[in-house]
Design a binder for this molecule. Structure first.
Ligand SMILES: Cc1cc2nc3c(=O)[nH]c(=O)nc-3n(C[C@H](O)[C@H](O)[C@H](O)COP(=O)(O)OP(=O)(O)OC[C@H]3O[C@@H](n4cnc5c(N)ncnc54)[C@H](O)[C@@H]3O)c2cc1C
Length: 311
């Protein structure tokens, strides 16, 4: 079978591209190297998304579930755990080589977000030893926090929002290495109005315990501080790897992201792109912008493949 469009990546941009492609009756396959949902399920499933139109507030994994359900109900073929390794030019078609097989498509939409990504580590003594034994990089579900002393590390929006979620069910502390947060005013204000204990200008000297994390030694302006902890959540950023884009012969911007035109076209014939993986002046990495770009990418793929008389 030759698909009208193959979409690479099933984050919000890829799922939206699928929804729009199917609404134009294009045969559509979405290939996802991990689980459907992208950053929403991998990095912040418990966090509330407060800026997606139509929802005053929606938990990230629920928003992802809704996009997934909508794409499935429109009969997108969706394959999880199937990584795209190559996109080759064939005879009038594109060949999409995955970890499992080779597919043929008349067009491709790349929506791989940050590509392969991993949470940044602190590199502090004890961090490796207690990973999954009291140290985590993603906030567990609220039920698993009850009764635990949670210590959140980080000073951005994500760390504050997750500290607030934890605070709604348990004793929570936030530790930041600088004297001020680098988060939105609204989040800092919400933190001010919460019970979260703050420790500013502090770095980790060591994570301590026997079989499980029990305490953390901090250095605060040269003073040693020992705090009890059952769970340390490290939220200090993400390391992304988009090396694959060069291999796919795509023109990149100086930020290492896919250079797209106003119509989400790339330098490769029949290949469009959307979401966090693309770059243009004024690009703002958000769910709504990725979804908007996905709609454009899909309609341009439709015009490319079907060549309607009105296009
Ligand atoms: C902590 C945090 C909080 C955030 N909060 C908000 C918020 O409140 N509101 C908001 O609007 N935005 C928020 N964002 C930003 C938002 O999550 C991103 O802009 C959005 O996820 C981008 O969607 P995407 O589909 O482009 O990429 P992603 O969500 O990264 O999805 C890309 C998918 O492609 C897959 N993939 C990668 N490489 C391959 C491959 N070779 N083959 C197949 N599949 C592949 C990945 O596994 C992934 O599932 C937040 C981001 C972070 C990190």
């Amino acid at each position: 079978m030759i698909y009208d469009v193959i979409i690479v990546g099933a984050g919000p941009a890829g799922l939206t591209a699928g929804i729009y492609a199917r609404s134009k009756m294009m045969s559509t396959l979405i290939l996802e190297s991990g689980k459907v949902g992208g950053q929403l399920v991998t990095l912040y499933p418990e966090k509330g998304v407060h800026n997606f139109p139509g929802f005053e507030s929606v938990q990230a994994r629920k928003l992802s579930d809704k996009l997934y359900a909508q794409a499935e109900s429109l009969e997108c073929d969706i394959h999880e755990n199937e990584q795209v390794d190559e996109i080759k030019d064939g005879d009038q078609i594109l060949e999409v080589v995955t970890s499992k097989t080779v597919y043929q498509a008349r067009s491709v939409i790349i929506a791989i977000g940050m590509g392969q990504f991993f949470p940044k580590k602190m590199g502090a003594p004890g961090e490796e030893e207690f990973t999954d034994k009291g140290i985590t990089y993603i906030l567990p579900v609220k039920e698993d926090l009850v009764g635990k002393k949670v210590v959140m590390f980080g000073g951005g929006n994500s760390a504050i929002e997750m500290a607030l979620i934890a605070d709604s069910v348990t004793d929570t502390t936030i530790v930041h290495r600088r004297p001020e947060f680098r988060a939105d005013e609204i989040n800092v204000k919400n933190l001010d109005n919460s019970n979260v204990c703050r420790i500013m200008s502090a770095t980790v000297k060591s994570f301590n315990g026997k079989d499980h994390l029990e305490s953390i030694t901090l250095d605060q302006n040269g003073q040693e501080l020992q705090i009890p902890a059952d769970l340390a959540v490290i939220n200090i950023g993400i390391l992304a790897n988009l090396d694959v884009l060069k291999r796919w012969g795509l023109e990149l911007t100086e930020n290492g992201l896919i250079k797209v035109g106003y119509d989400m076209s790339t330098n490769r014939h029949g290949i469009f792109a959307c979401g966090d993986a693309v770059d243009y002046p004024g690009k703002y990495k958000q769910i709504i912008t990725g979804c908007g770009e996905a709609a454009t990418a899909s309609v341009m793929a439709y015009k490319f493949v079907k060549k309607p008389y009105w296009a």
